[in-house]
Design a protein around this ligand. Structure first.
Ligand code: C2E
Ligand code: CA
Ligand code: CA
Length: 753
């Protein structure tokens, strides 16, 4: 019985030691490494004892006892190291070296004792079945005891420190280690000093010790603390939670949840379900309770056998998210500058507006656009532009007080409104020419155009009316004298035509449907051809010859104009080359650069490439840029013009005197030629003062060493005027309309070059 009990116990101890040695090593931490060393020494002592117990040879038994005691030394030493690390103290230093030396000396004395009996001599104790060797202390044994006990005391002291220094939640781990140590030492001492037994209980206990040490080191969790913290987390999270058991009684509830409903509702799951209007099939609902909005998620729980075990309610507080959504929605629908609806907001509210005002027939959708809003921004600055928008919005707000009206800023410089047809005249009259004061006593004259359509078919969405009112506006803008235009079928046809042009533009380039005409420029001094402007035409297979005035603005909007321009520039260069080879004309050809090109192309590089390709001199290519070409980014425009001039191209300012051009701005630009529009002079002819201004301007341009080409010269009268301002050359129907390249050659022959 004794033997079986002991053998099983020893095997169990050894196996447990091995398992936890492996586990500790696998942790790959310093703590694991140190613990594994302690356990290895325990294992060694267990094995040595087993050998002692089973062997019958005296010397083997003696060595086994010596080994056991040496293992105790190192077990305590490693325990000391482990405890240091366990309580978070630094290891090493003098004490460590001191004990290593002592343990070495003591181990040597112990291991040689079978021969020299330095530490002890041996006695054999007889058991019922087996004998074991025991120690009979000799002089040096005292050293062994002192070394061992001092290490044990140090271990205990360290553990006490761990207990004192740590919160009560963490003390248990040190307490467990301490108890394990005390018991181990206690059992060892019993075996040494007990007179009768051959059974070493300490070896049986070592399995238990291995398990306890390993578990406290690696698996200990301060459960009480965790529970406390978990409760704290539960209470302080914004979500209220309730857990019911399978009978519908509360298992757990946090304070937040307690405050949501009356107690009798909460205590009864069915009542709660009813209050939330939830049933077993709908697991989710939105509920507003005391100013807060919750998304309630109900979930019944089933176990693996599909038995109902309980249910959970989580009340996610979505109040903030909803508010944020509302704010975001506001941002998305309100124009922050003018504080009125933006396009999305306008469209969203249109339906409601129509419903509320029972609109049928008597209402119109009107889009009002600022004429040359870009020009205003460019000339007066974006702050002035903002002022203008705010002022217009203010007007609309005022109207909305006098009659039912929905309005919004639906595009950069465009306002859209739904208003009673009767009130339309008033708005158009008052909002077509307005003067908006700026800072510094300046004022800007703003012209607005309006396109409208009467809402006749209420089954059509407002978007539809908006789109066609936009068409009317676009049409209205084409004519300077218009300020309002009603949508007509002709516009729809035009719209279709526009769409066709855009749809077919890419193919047109590939099929070479674009070509150039040349309009001669005549020297006013000697009446000879001094230049020509290349003007693009589109020979459409079904629509016929389309003038650039129709497609260039479309292409400027979608960027395609740059492709057309590159094509025209090449054609012009090719024509120049042809003229040179034929010797038919040796003057320059001017080409147009659109404002879109300035931003989208490296214009200088493109022209350089082209003249290289055709081998022509740069001064043969004149480049026309409108002065408003680079609103907002004048620097890019100036750099481009400088670049062109540096490389020998001639730079012309086109359409000077139209739009919001200003002399100041002109003076900033580097140019060689200014093209003055005849219209510009016409407008001013009645006014003597203005005539003076035009003359002064022409003088200034000449002073800058630039030439003047007068454009739009249609009659002998105009020629005189052009001569009056000392113009250098003239271009216009008076001499010739734009003609084909061949006709141009004939013209040159006739006129002389
Ligand atoms: P623009 O650059 O000011 O060109 C002059 C326009 O005035 C031409 O119209 C020309 O035919 C017209 N014109 C010439 N003499 C007279 C006259 O005595 N009286 C009147 N009323 N008009 C005259 P077109 O060819 O229809 O071109 C219109 C505009 O299209 C051009 O104005 C220019 O801005 C643009 N454009 C033409 N070709 C190109 C091009 O290749 N590229 C770019 N980006 N724009 C071009
Ligand atoms: Ca031009
Ligand atoms: Ca022009």
């Amino acid at each position: 019985m004794e033997r079986i009990f002991l053998n099983v116990g020893l095997i169990l101890s050894a196996v447990l030691c091995i398992i936890f040695i492996v586990r500790s090593i696998q942790k790959r931490t310093l703590l694991g490494k140190l613990l594994s060393r302690v356990l290895i020494m325990m294992l060694l002592s267990v094995v040595a004892y087993a050998v002692n117990y089973h062997s019958n040879s005296g010397s083997v038994m003696f060595f086994a006892v010596s080994t056991t005691h040496a293992a105790y030394d190192w077990m305590l030493f490693f325990m000391m190291e482990f405890t240091c690390e366990f309580i978070g103290r630094k290891r090493g230093g003098f004490i460590r070296t001191f004990f290593i030396v002592l343990c070495c000396i003591d181990s040597a004395a112990l291991m040689t004792s079978p021969i020299n009996h330095l530490s002890f001599s041996y006695a054999i104790r007889e058991g019922n079945f087996n004998n074991v060797a025991l120690v009979e202390p000799k002089a040096f044994f005292a050293v062994h005891m002192v070394v061992g006990m001092s290490m044990a005391i140090i271990v205990m002291a360290l553990l006490c420190k761990g207990i004192i220094d740590n919160s009560r939640f963490y003390r248990l781990r040190y307490e467990i280690v301490g108890i394990v140590c005390i018991l181990t030492i206690f059992f060892i001492l019993i075996f040494i000093y007990d007179e009768y037994t051959v059974v070493d209980l300490s070896k049986l206990f070592m399995g238990v010790a291995a398990v306890s040490l390993s578990l406290t080191t690696f698996d200990y969790q301060p459960f009480r603390l965790l529970k406390n913290l978990q409760t704290y987390v539960d209470e302080n999270m914004s979500d209220a939670t309730i857990i019911y058991d399978n009978k519908g009684s509360i298992l757990k509830i946090n304070t937040k949840a307690k405050n949501l409903f009356k107690e009798d509702v909460i205590n009864n799951k069915d009542k709660l379900m009813a209050a939330l209007k939830l049933d077993e099939d709908t697991g989710r609902t939105i509920k507003t309770i005391n100013d807060s909005t919750y998304e309630v998620v109900y979930k019944p729980e089933y176990d693996s056998k599909n038995l109902y075990v309980g249910s959970t309610f989580i009340f996610y507080d979505v109040t903030e998210s909803l508010r944020r959504l509302e704010r975001e929605h506001k941002v998305a629908t309100i124009d922050s500058l003018t504080n009125c609806y933006n396009r999305a907001g306008f469209m969203e509210n249109a339906e409601k507006f129509i419903e509320e005002h029972k609109i049928d027939g008597g209402y119109a959708v009107m889009v009002s656009g600022i004429r040359d809003f870009k020009g205003i921004n460019g000339l007066y600055g974006t702050r002035a532009g903002d002022r203008v928008l705010k002022e217009i919005a203010r007007h609309f707000t005022e109207y909305s007080y006098s009659f039912p009206m929905l309005y919004g800023r639906t595009a950069e410089g465009k306002f859209t409104c739904i208003l009673p047809f009767d009130s339309l005249d008033r708005v158009v009259n008052e909002l077509s020419h307005i003067q908006i004061p700026l800072e510094d006593e300046m004022a800007v004259n703003v012209n607005l155009c309006h396109g409208f359509v009467v809402m006749t078919d209420m089954t059509k969405p407002v978007e539809y009316y908006y789109e066609i009112a936009l068409l009317a506006l676009a049409e209205c803008k084409k004519n300077v004298s218009n300020s309002v235009l009603e949508y007509s079928n002709a516009m729809a046809m035009e719209q279709r035509r526009t769409q066709t042009l855009i749809a077919e533009m890419h193919e047109a380039i590939e099929k070479e449907e674009f070509y150039i005409e040349l309009q001669p420029q005549v020297d006013l001094k000697n009446n000879r051809v001094s230049g020509a402007e290349a003007l693009v035409r589109w020979k459409h297979p079904t629509l016929g010859k389309i003038p650039p005035g129709e497609f260039i603005p479309l292409f400027e909007d979608n960027g395609f104009v740059s492709k057309v321009d590159l094509y025209v520039w090449e054609k012009a260069a090719e024509t120049l080359k042809r003229f040179e080879e034929e010797g038919s004309y040796d003057g320059p050809i001017s080409v147009n650069v659109s404002r879109v090109d300035v931003m989208s192309l490296d214009v200088v590089a493109e022209f350089e490439r082209i003249i290289k390709k055709y081998g022509i001199s740069p001064d043969k290519l004149h480049i026309e840029v409108t002065e408003s070409a680079c609103i907002g980014d004048r620097e890019t425009l100036i750099n481009m013009m400088d670049g062109l001039r540096e490389r020998g191209f001639v730079v012309e300012i086109d359409d000077f005197g139209s739009g919001y051009s200003s002399l100041n701005a002109l003076m900033e630009l580097p140019f060689d030629v200014v093209k003055l529009d005849m219209d510009f002079m016409k407008e001013n002819q009645s006014d003597e003062k203005s005539g003076v201004i035009v003359n002064a301007m022409a003088g200034m341009i000449h002073n800058l060493n630039a030439k003047i080409i007068v454009e739009g010269v249609e009659s002998g009268e105009s020629v005189k005027k052009a001569l009056n301002i000392d113009g250098d050359a003239a271009q216009g129907y008076h001499y010739s309309k734009p003609v084909s390249v061949d006709e141009f050659v004939n013209f040159v022959k006739k006129f002389g070059k």
